[in-house]
Design a protein around this ligand. Structure first.
Ligand SMILES: [Zn+2]
Length: 250
C-alpha cells in the first residue's frame, strides 16, 4: 500500500491545485511510521503517520481486497486484530497508571507469542471494565488457520467476510474504550504519536517534519464518525475509500 505525499517546499507558494498535483509522489508503507522524503529537486523532509499499527494493518488488508490479493488480506486483518490487542493492553495499563518499566518487563515475556497476548487482553479487559470480553469469533481462527497453515486461497467474499468479522471485533471495543475514557483516550493517542513526532524533529534538526492523518477505516482520530448508529459494512467502506492507496495506480 502506498500513501500520496507532497513536498511542502515545492508546493508552499503554489495556490494552483493542478500545479500542486504535479508534485504528488508516494511512500510505500513499511513497519515504521516515520518516513524520510526526498523530492526530485533534492528537498528533504520527514513525515510521521498519525496511526497505530492495527489501523495501518487493517487498511493494508482492505487494500489487498481491492487489489485482488485475498490471502494477503486475511493475513493483514489477522495481524491488525493481534496488534489491536496489544494497543488495548497498552492503553488500559496507561489508564490504570501501570508503571512503564514494569509494563515493558512484563510485555517482553509475551511480545512474540500471540496466544499469550490474547490471554493478556482477555484479563486486561476483565480488570479494566469489570466484565469478561465477548469471546472472539471462532470463524476467524478457522479461516485464518486454513489460509496461513494450509495454503488455502480464499475468494473475495471470504476475505470480505473475514475483514468484516475482524472489524466487528475491534470497532465496538474501540468505541467502548473511547466512551468510557473519553478524555484519556484521545490524550493517550495524541501524546503517544506526538512523542514520536517530537523525537523525529529533534533527530532531524533543520528539516521540515509533518504529520499525516489518513481517512483509514480504523482511525482513532475519526471515531466520531462512527457514532451515528448506522452500521456500515466493510463492502460499503471499501467503496468509500480513496483509490490513491493502491500500488496498482502508478
Ligand atoms: Zn521539493
Amino acid at each position: 500500500m502506498k500513501i500520496p505525499v507532497l513536498c511542502s517546499q515545492c508546493t508552499s507558494h503554489t495556490p494552483d491545485i493542478q500545479e500542486i498535483n504535479k508534485h504528488s509522489r508516494s511512500i510505500h508503507v513499511t513497519d515504521s511510521i516515520v518516513y524520510r522524503l526526498e523530492c526530485p529537486k533534492g528537498h528533504i523532509e520527514f513525515l510521521v503517520l498519525k496511526h497505530f499499527a492495527h489501523e495501518i494493518l487493517f487498511e493494508i488488508g482492505a487494500q489487498a481486497i481491492e487489489d485482488g490479493y485475498y490471502r494477503e488480506a486475511i493475513s493483514s486483518f489477522t495481524s491488525s486484530l493481534e496488534r489491536f490487542y496489544e494497543f488495548f493492553i497498552r492503553i488500559t495499563c496507561e489508564f490504570d497508571r501501570v508503571d512503564k518499566d514494569e509494563f515493558n518487563k512484563a510485555w517482553r515475556t509475551i511480545s512474540s507469542l500471540s496466544e499469550r497476548q490474547l490471554g493478556a487482553y482477555i484479563f486486561r479487559y476483565l480488570s479494566h471494565f469489570g466484565q469478561a470480553p465477548a469471546a472472539p469469533n471462532n470463524k476467524i481462527k478457522t479461516l485464518r488457520n486454513k489460509v496461513i497453515h494450509k495454503g488455502y486461497i480464499p475468494s473475495r467474499n471470504e476475505a470480505l467476510n473475514y475483514g468484516e468479522r475482524i472489524l466487528n471485533e475491534i470497532m465496538p471495543i474501540l468505541l467502548e474504550l473511547r466512551d468510557k475514557n473519553e478524555f484519556s483516550f484521545s490524550t493517550y493517542c495524541n501524546e503517544y504519536l506526538w512523542d514520536i513526532y517530537q523525537n523525529t524533529v529533534s533527530e532531524n534538526k533543520g528539516y521540515q517534519v509533518s504529520q499525516s492523518d489518513n481517512p483509514f477505516i480504523l482511525n482513532w482520530n475519526r471515531l466520531n464518525f462512527e457514532c451515528s448508529g448506522e452500521k456500515i459494512n466493510l463492502d460499503k467502506r471499501l467503496k468509500q475509500r480513496p483509490k490513491c492507496y493502491s500500488v496498482a495506480n502508478i
